[in-house]
Design a protein around this ligand. Structure first.
Ligand code: PLP
Length: 431
């Protein structure tokens, strides 16, 4: 058991001035018990907390750290920008073109792109653009998919009433909720029904092509293809939200992996290399409608910020130069196999889903293909598993419904240690 005195003190203090003591609710330990841990330093695949405990990190700042924390090339590039360029201009800078060119080169759907400051901004802007281009109001999303905290996305279907959007959060107006329809992941019939009932009124279908916010749920290729065909038939804008899976499951994201090209793509996390960045891009014919070229307004005081761009560009260049994807696959497959062996030894049969270095161990025996099956998990069991892993120095996301990210800097010794810890934590969780 690590000593967490200083963390506990800081948490008490933080709660006085910050709602819940955290600047994003996923950082709280509400669903696993205990207090969040205050970190003091990150290095590679490790983080050290304010009490001096060190953890092997499988959260990676919630996705960005595919190359680990403080990668020497990224740190050096940031120092260069800071000392020779500056922190912000609010004018165009050359680096913005470099980033745009890189994105056009590596992401199949992107012909033009606009930089923003977070994934939330990217998805909000992409949906506004789709509405502006089609002159339609409604959008379809999928139960369990997260697209940031924009009003339009905080809507889940009420039980049994797929067509009646009800807000998930106070403060989202009824009018907004009514324009968001929820379909079931990997279930094309549920989408076709909504489209038929709202003929000519659907502006966009937005989906995480590898769902990573309900644990990890891969889309079936036929399902994505059917969405593509449906959108083509009905004049609907297909948006892949690749904020998490972009540059993660392949350099060109899920669209490269599945070979299915959306009309618009939203990005974040990895393209910021640990700094706040998002982007949306896609077909030229759509992107030409963004202000100031077109009438769909979208703006940002710090968009295209030199520091954020530096970290993002350097990350993408390293990913291009080093192609870590086969190694990421090998490492994550090693963990999956190790966990499976452990479960076999313990007579357990929990589900593991994985796409490349995005993985999830679900505490259920029901195959997880959608939100409905994900929520069959025993979250209390996960809480015990999480706590045992943490006590053994392995830092997982404090929720059953998050991804476990392996990075390029996790070593084979790190992976061995994780598999051993998993055996003990599975025992602790299930006894
Ligand atoms: C994280 C995430 C977002 C939101 O990005 P922020 O930078 O947190 O605003 C949107 N979509 C997906 C798929 C995400 O994983």
């Amino acid at each position: 058991m690590p000593k967490l005195t200083r963390s506990a003190e800081l948490f008490e203090k933080a709660k006085k001035f910050i709602p819940g003591g955290v600047n994003s609710p996923v950082r709280a330990f509400k669903s696993v018990g205990g207090n969040p841990i205050f970190m003091a330093k990150g290095q590679g695949a490790y983080m050290t907390d304010v009490d001096g405990n060190t953890y092997l990190d499988y959260v990676g700042s919630w996705g960005p750290f595919i190359l680990g924390s403080m990668h020497p090339r990224i740190t050096a590039a940031l120092e260069r920008t800071l000392t020779t360029i500056g922190t912000s201009f609010g004018t165009p800078i050359e680096m913005e073109i470099e980033m745009a060119e890189l994105l056009v080169e590596v992401v199949p759907s992107i012909e033009m792109v606009r930089m923003v400051n977070s994934g939330t901004e990217a998805t909000m802007s992409a949906v506004r653009l789709a509405r502006g281009c089609t002159g339609r109001d409604k959008i379809i999303k999928f139960e369990g998919c997260y697209h940031g905290h924009g009003d339009s996305f905080l809507i889940k279907a009420g039980s049994g009433a797929l067509t009646l959007g009800a807000p998930d959060s106070p403060g989202v107006t009824k009018g907004t909720a009514e324009d968001t329809l929820n379909a079931k992941y990997n279930d094309i019939a549920s989408v076709e029904l909504l489209v038929a009932e709202n003929k000519g009124n659907i502006a966009a279908i937005i989906i995480e092509p590898v769902a990573g916010n309900t644990g990890v749920i891969p889309a079936k290729k036929e399902f994505l293809q059917a969405l593509r065909d449906l959108c083509d038939r009905e004049g609907i804008v297909l948006i892949f939200d690749e904020v998490m899976c972009g540059f993660r499951v392949a350099l060109g994201g899920a669209q490269e992996l599945y070979g299915i090209t959306p009309d618009l793509t939203t990005m974040g996390k990895i393209i910021g290399g640990g700094l706040p960045v998002g982007a949306f891009g896609g077909k030229r014919s759509l992107m030409e409608n963004v202000a100031p070229l077109g009438g769909v307004y979208q703006a940002g005081t710090l968009s295209g910020n030199p520091l954020a761009l530096t970290a993002g560009i350097e990350t993408l260049k390293i990913l291009k130069d080093e192609n870590p994807y086969p190694e990421l696959e090998r490492k994550a497959a090693f963990l999956e196999a190790g966990f499976r062996d452990n479960m076999q030894k313990l007579g357990l049969n929990f589900v593991q889903n994985r796409v490349g270095s995005m993985a999830c161990l679900f505490f259920t025996e029901t195959p997880v293909e959608s939100y409905d099956s994900a929520i069959t998990c025993d979250t209390e069991m996960f809480g015990r598993y999480f706590t045992s892993m943490l006590n053994q120095g392995i830092y997982l996301a404090p929720s059953q419904f998050e991804a476990m990210f392996t990075s390029a800097v996790h070593t084979d010794a790190d992976l061995d240690k994780t598999v051993k810890a998993n055996y003990i934590a599975l025992q602790a969780a299930t006894k």
